[in-house]
Design a protein. Sequence first.
Length: 173
Amino acid sequence: MQATPTAPTTFPAPVVAAVRGATLEFFASSCKVEAAERPAPPADEQPAPAVMAVMSFFGDPVWSFALVLPEPTAVAAANGFAGFDIPFDSPDMGDMVGEMANVIAGDVVARLDRARIKVQMSLPTVARGQDVELLPPSHTQEVRLHFAGPAGGLQLRLFQAVVSAPPGYKPGT
């Protein structure tokens, strides 16, 4: 008898811990920006220009993250990471935020590997705009991590598909 696939009920804690730790370590060591986790900003906070890098992770589990940097945070972090100013509206900013996501993701993969969770990461996709919104499919669960630093906040959004088998489903049929 084979087990029927079931939907996850919570986002895997080791993934959340790995992303949290990798993010704090990256911004402190690579960007010279001390960040601290904070509660979600108020819902009435005004939209701001932001840049976002999205990456997927394949393995067990399959999930994605989006690194969202408002303009002041992106500019300060890019300066700390590259060692020189990068204008928010330049093509270099997209490359820089994609590379930041790659470094964080590489650390996440290493942390998960130490926890005996095997995953591989995709290449980042980067978007920039005013009030950029990520619209994941309706069948996902999400965890949002909010951080604050001297130049402003940043957000990480983690997504995992919630797929349950239809009644009577038997794998391989």
